[in-house]
Structure formats: C-alpha cells, structure tokens
Design a protein around this ligand. Structure first.
Ligand code: ADE
Ligand code: ZN
Length: 330
C-alpha cells in the first residue's frame, strides 16, 4: 500500500486553516473583497513568522461570511483530507469566525458544516467531528461566549473544546471558567500549549484546564520529568511536525522531537494543523517522518490506533473507524 493510501486519523486541523489559497481568492473575487498582500507570487499564503501567520489567517477568514461559505469550505477541506487517506478527522471550529459567537448564527453555521460533513462521509468515506475553539488573543470574555455556543451545541458532532491562537498572550487559567462550562456540557478537553510556550505552558494546560490531549505540546521535550508524567498519565499529544518546521520551531523533521517522545512512551499522534499554509498534507507528514526516522507501516498503524483511541467521538463511531483501520492493516 502506498503512504498516501494508508488509512489515517487526524485530530488537529483548523477548518479555516485548511482553506486552499485558490478557494480564498475565489471567494474574495466573488464578493469583491480586497484581502491585500496575503499571497506570495506563486499563489500560496505568505507570512514571516507565527504572529504574521495569525494575521494572514485572520485576513483569509474575512472572505468566509455565510453558512454557505462554510459548507463549501468544509467540503473542500474534507475532500483534500480524504484524498490523503484520512478516514476520521477532528476539526477545530471557531464561532468567532462563524457569526461572531452569536448563538443563533452559530447554529446556522454549524448546520451547514454538518451538512457538508454528511455529504463528505457519503462521497469520500471520511468522518468528521468538531472541537469548538476560542481564540486566546481574543480574550477570556469572548471565550465565555464561545463556551456558551459550545455547551448549547454539544452532542454527537460537537465533541470537544479547545483553545488556539497566540500562546504568549494571557494565562490559560484565565480561560478555566469556559473550559469548566464546556466540560459540564459533556465536551472533551484539549488546548494548544507547548508550541510557542515552553514546558510550563503544557503543565498549565494539564493543571489549570484538565486537558486529556494537548495541541502540539511538543516543547514538553525540554523537561524530561514532564515527558515522563505525560507518558504515565496517558495524555495524548496532537503533534504537527510539518507545522512546527514551517514556522521555524525545528529546522527539519529529523530535529523534531516526535521520535524521542514515542520512544519515551508518550501517546503521539500526527496532524497537519493548517495544511495549505504549511505546504503539507497528511501524506507529506507520513513521507517526511518515514524519511527522517525510517518509520514503516507498522509504526504508522500503531499511531493511527493511538489516534482513534484518543478521539473524542462516541464509542460506536470509534469502533467503526477501528474496524476500518484493522481491515486495511490486515
Ligand atoms: N490557529 C491556527 N493554527 C494555529 C497554531 N499552529 N497555533 C495556534 N493557533 C493556531
Ligand atoms: Zn493548531
């Protein structure tokens, strides 16, 4: 089986971050919106560093103005994922970009996203679940409004709550109220930490928010006692090596701590984060890891198993995806 065809499970993908540049340009043209210099001459997204990336990301989202736009986006993103062998995906959904955290508007956007997900499941064989994500640099008050949207729409499709954005701004503890509300509504918890913050930010995610998964968490490697604790407690890392390399956190895949984490018994998973921004796909992540660490199909099959075990979906969906993985792995 080729690397592209290996069945994959992705747990860390931002829906807007999956928007192909041509898709964003097309919507901008349709709507006569000037989104300025966010593209390079070759047509990809252009940014200098993580903070510039966040600005470009937010500029790109300005063309997404209706539930119908999100329907088209969801379908485009899932078609791409499925073409790279992904059979189950969890996407970060941000009510900030879907009606400005207004609950009535959010329900309409969510309905469109779910309709697209149902079509993608029927047409491309990929299952989607949503993790609602406030944006850290928008502040705790907006996160509370986001948490209300999350609590009101928690269920079979919306299964988790997380937080993304600029890790250097504010403290995770400032968002504890929102996470408590989400947890009480039955949502499972993850948070971006240990990407631009050091190991202490991963400890904050564990201690202040009670996460069972960490978005990135890669910089835990700078504190081996923390790595041991993560391994012992079975906390899952949503690692995104290509994203980290593209943003300059590590110079290449060989320098990425994923193999060391795996060796130390950490439950590692592989995701793309914002694939067109970082010129990656799940196939490319696998290929680069194969080249860097000589990982074979057995390692990837084990990582896919870890990923579906750590998924936030219901037991029935999990069993279905597990059986698809096992069938493919013979
Ligand atoms: N939003 C989209 N991608 C992100 C990342 N890599 N880190 C934090 N927030 C994000
Ligand atoms: Zn992310």
């Amino acid at each position: 089986m080729t690397i592209k065809d290996l069945p994959k499970v992705e747990l860390h993908l931002h829906l807007e971050g999956g928007a192909p540049p041509a898709f964003v340009r097309g919507l901008a043209k349709e709507k006569h919106i000037d989104i300025g210099g966010i593209f390079s001459e070759s047509g990809g997204y252009r940014f200098a560093d993580f903070w510039d990336f966040l600005k470009v990301y937010e500029a790109a989202t300005t063309v997404l103005q209706s539930p119908q736009d999100f329907y088209r986006l969801t379908l485009a993103v899932l078609e791409q994922s499925a073409a790279n062998g992904v059979i189950y995906s969890e996407c970060f959904l941000s009510p900030d970009f879907c009606g400005g955290r207004d609950l009535i508007a959010w329900r309409e956007y969510l309905h469109a996203i779910e309709e697209a997900a149902a079509k993608a499941e029927a047409d491309f064989g990929i299952t989607l679940r949503g993790i609602i994500t406030p944006i850290r640099h928008f502040g705790p008050e907006k996160a509370r409004q986001t948490a209300r949207c999350a609590a009101e729409t928690a269920g079979r499709f919306i299964t988790g709550f997380g937080i993304g954005g600029d890790e250097k701004i504010g403290k995770l503890a400032d968002f504890a109220w929102s996470f408590d509300m989400a947890r009480e509504a039955g949502l499972r918890i993850t948070a971006h930490a240990g990407e631009w913050g050091g190991p202490e930010s991963v400890r904050d995610a564990i201690n202040d928010l009670g996460v069972e998964r960490v978005g990135h968490g890669v910089r835990a490697i700078e504190d081996l006692a923390l790595v041991d604790e993560i391994a012992e407690r079975g906390i899952v890392l949503e690692l995104c090596p290509g994203s980290n390399v593209a943003l300059g956190l590590y110079k290449d895949f060989r320098a990425h701590p994923i193999a060391e984490m795996l060796k130390r018994g950490v439950k590692v998973t592989i995701s793309t984060d914002d694939p067109p921004f970082f010129h990656t796909t799940m196939t490319r992540e696998y290929e680069m890891l194969h080249r860097a660490f000589e990982w074979d199909e057995g390692v990837f099959a084990q990582i896919a198993r870890t990923s579906i075990e750590a998924a936030f979906c219901d037991a029935e969906t999990k069993t279905l995806i597990q059986s698809r993985l096992e069938q493919a792995n013979g």
